[in-house]
Design a protein around this ligand. Structure first.
Ligand SMILES: [Zn+2]
Length: 454
């Protein structure tokens, strides 16, 4: 374990800007920044941190967020009702749909203010009728990190993070993945981000990967143009002729994107570099399809790693099961299954569930993030039963991170394959039947030409 300590210390040096000064740590920060490996904390210790951090976050939102305060009053709940670990389950949960139910124009800015916990920075909006992008950009210019994801219905899910919360999420995704893939990670390596450039988008799955540029020395980006809500709306079917022109452009651009990635793979193989590919699985699938068509393959072996996320949720019938995906990655890129991990996260949360290399079950950062599974009446079900995923997230300081999702999961008390403590989710997450399809990767796929990924 000494070697692991050095490994983590090296990582923390690279991503030190995401860690708040230790003398300012709250119980919530402690649960995020103190563990050396989120997935190997002895269960009792993790539960203690979980209790302290979530109780702290609950009190914080109860006291500093008028909308959540009233919501709790309606549910007859207050922080004094939280006395034991089991009491955490009584914390009132906000349905994820709430974050989609917002007005347009200047009222949107007010809505963001109502969701936000604490005092918002002063913002300047020049337009009389600002677009969503105008409002988000104004907030982000003032130091916030408002991000979004959306469904095919065109409604975005907007989440207002302050910088500290956003950093916590970025820190957590890097630390979660890199500790899970131990001892693979090295700063001296090359990466390809299969998402929009974090500097040119407010899509959560793109923006959160800013940390990738700190974790390794050289990162290329698949989608380097500005991606905003207007572009998404146009390419998701709206916008008439203008939308069609953008899609037409996207088709050419997407083919170039695939060719660029293949060129990069050729160069990295020639130089015997260590590589990682991180982002939307369908982009990598398009790359592999093209290589297969040309009868080509690479052999990166233990020098290659793949982390996918953002889901396959666009068309369940076209979905590639994660096990098949891994098989293709092995065949076409030569990267072993133990270094091909899927990540489950969402714009509403700051916890990252990551596949273990041994069994590809989704492990949970248990010290600050409590998973729950609910039935149709929103009652908790037992381990081993399918239901709706909900979570309590202590890392969310700028909005109440106590949320019911539309994702269908099964929680197991222990990983059936590896020896990490704490509960796990089944390797694949789907949507609850009848729930709108969504996910950041799906959004990307709609934006790029529709023949990609087939
Ligand atoms: Zn496992």
């Amino acid at each position: 374990m000494v070697e692991f300590e050095q490994y983590v210390a090296k990582l923390e040096k690279c991503i030190s800007k995401y860690i708040p000064p230790k003398d300012t740590w709250t119980p919530a920060d402690e649960a995020v920044y103190k563990p050396r490996d989120f997935y190997r904390i002895p269960l009792k210790e993790a539960e203690e941190m979980q209790f302290k951090s979530i109780k702290y976050a609950f009190s914080h939102h109860y006291e500093n967020n008028a909308f959540y305060h009233n919501f709790c009053k309606e549910h007859n709940m207050s922080p004094t009702d939280i006395k034991t670990l089991d009491d955490l389950e009584k914390i009132p949960l906000v349905p994820d749909k709430f974050f989609k139910d917002y007005p347009a124009g200047k009222d949107f800015a007010t809505w963001v203010g109502n969701v936000y916990t604490g005092d918002l920075p002063k913002i300047v909006i020049k337009n009389r009728r600002p677009s969503y992008d105008d409002v988000i950009n104004a907030f982000n210019k003032a130091g916030l990190a408002v991000t979004y994801s959306s469904g095919t219905g065109g409604r975005h899910t907007f989440i207002p993070r302050d910088q500290r919360t956003f950093y916590a999420s970025e820190y957590a995704i890097a630390k979660s993945l890199i500790s899970m893939i131990y001892p693979f990670w090295e700063h001296d390596s090359y990466g390809y981000e299969l998402m929009p450039n974090p500097k040119k988008t407010n899509i959560y799955a793109g923006k959160v990967l800013e940390v990738y540029f700190d974790a390794i020395k050289d990162v290329s980006v698949a989608i380097d143009r500005e991606v905003n809500t207007k572009l998404i709306q146009l390419t998701m079917g709206g916008g008439g002729i203008k939308g069609k022109i953008i899609r037409l452009f996207s088709k050419r651009a997407s083919h170039k994107m695939i060719d660029d990635i293949i060129k990069w793979l050729e160069e990295r193989e020639k130089a015997k570099d260590k590589i990682t590919l991180v982002g939307a699985p369908f982009i990598l699938l398009s790359v592999m399809n093209k290589l297969k068509k040309e009868g080509r393959s690479f052999d990166f072996g233990e020098r290659g790693g793949v982390a996918t996320g953002g889901g396959w949720k666009i068309q369940e019938h076209n979905r590639v099961p994660v096990a098949d995906f891994r098989k293709q990655v092995k065949e076409v890129l030569g990267i072993p299954g133990k270094y091909c991990l899927d990540v489950y996260g969402m714009v509403e949360g700051n916890g990252w569930m990551v596949h273990c290399p041994e069994g590809h079950y989704l492990h949970i950062p248990y010290s600050y993030y409590k998973p729950m599974v609910l039935d149709e009446e929103f009652r908790q079900v037992d381990y081993g039963e399918w239901g709706r995923f909900a979570f309590l997230d202590a890392a969310a300081m700028s909005y109440p991170g106590f949320i019911v999702t539309g994702d269908q999961v099964r929680l197991l008390e222990h990983c059936p394959v590896c020896d990490r403590p704490g509960p796990v989710l089944e390797p694949e997450v789907k949507r609850v039947p009848g729930e709108e399809i969504r996910g950041c990767a799906e959004e990307m796929r709609s934006m790029l030409s529709s023949d990609l990924g087939k």
